[in-house]
Design a protein around this ligand. Sequence first.
Ligand SMILES: [Mn+2]
Length: 329
Amino acid sequence: MQTFDVVVVSDFSGPAARRFEIMTLFFLASWLEFGGNTRELPLHIVCIGEPPESVLTLGERCGARFSTHTPLLFGGFANKLRGFEVSRETDHILLLDSDMLILSDISELPTALGSDCMAAAAANSRGRQMHWREIHKSLGLTYPKDNLIPLNLELDTFKCAKYRDCNRNELAPYYNGGIVYAPWESRLGDVWREHLMRISEIDPDCVSNQPSLATAIHELQLAGVQFRLLPDEYHGRWQHISTGTVPSRDIKLFHTIRFGRRRSPSDTAEQDIKNYRIYTLKELCKLRAHRSLAGRMAHYMTMHVEIRDWFRIFKLMQLLNDKYVHELE
Ligand SMILES: [Mn+2]
C-alpha cells in the first residue's frame, strides 16, 4: 500500500470555532467507524488556535498528530494553506476540508489515480470570470487551453442557471479546494500560498482559495508535474446524491457542504443533522428549477430514489453522533 499524509485544518480561533469543532468531530468519528485501512495512514489535525478537549479526545483515538498554529495572513480561507506545514511522514499529502466524511476505505487512492500526480476535482461553479484572464496575466501565466466543466453545469443543477448557455470552451480549469492530493515534492503548498497572496493584491474581493489553487496547479503542470481529476467516489457532493449520479454506497469521501451552520448557539449535533437534512432536501427539490415545466414535473415524480439515498446519509451521520460525537459535545 502506498501511504500518504492525511491533513485536516480546523480553525478553533475564529467565530466559526464551534462549527469547526462539530465538523472535525464528525470527520474523526467517520475515520474510526468507516475508515478501514485508512486508519493506518498518518492523520494530522492542524489547529488554528487551541483545539477543544472533545477534538483532542477523539483525535487521540484516531492516533492523530496535532499541531497548533496562528491564522495565516488574513485568516479564514487562507488558513487551509497551513496544512502544508505539518511534518511529513510520507511522499504525498491529501489535504481535506473539515466538512468531509469518510464513508469507506480511502487508502487505495494512489492506486485509483494510477500514477504519481497531483489530483483535485472540478469546482461546483465556475471561477471569477471577470478577473480570470487578468489574474493569469499578472501571474505571468498563459491562459489555460484546457477546459473543465463545473459540477453544477455537468449535472445541470439550478445553480448553473446563470451560465448554462455559456461557451464551454471558455471554462478554464477551476477546482474545488475541499480535497487536494499532491506529491510533497511538487511544492504545491508553496506555489499555492504565493499565488494566494498575489491574487489577494490584484483582486481584494476574492473570498476563496480556489482561484490560487487553480493557477498553482496550472503553473506546476507547465513545469511538468502531472495532474489528474479525482474519481467521483473520492469527492462525493450533494449534486451527486441528488441527481443519482453517484449513489451514496459508492462514495468514499463525502463533502458535507453547509453542515454545522448553526441558527442558535444552543444547537446540538442532533440539531445540526436536522438542519443539514432540511437544507439538502430543499436543494434536491430545487434541483431542476431552471428546466421546463415538464422537466420539473418529471424530476419531482422520480426523485424518491434520491430522497431514499439522502436518508441513508442522514442515518450514517446519526450513527456517528450516537456512537462518538454526542458524549463529547
Ligand atoms: Mn468544505
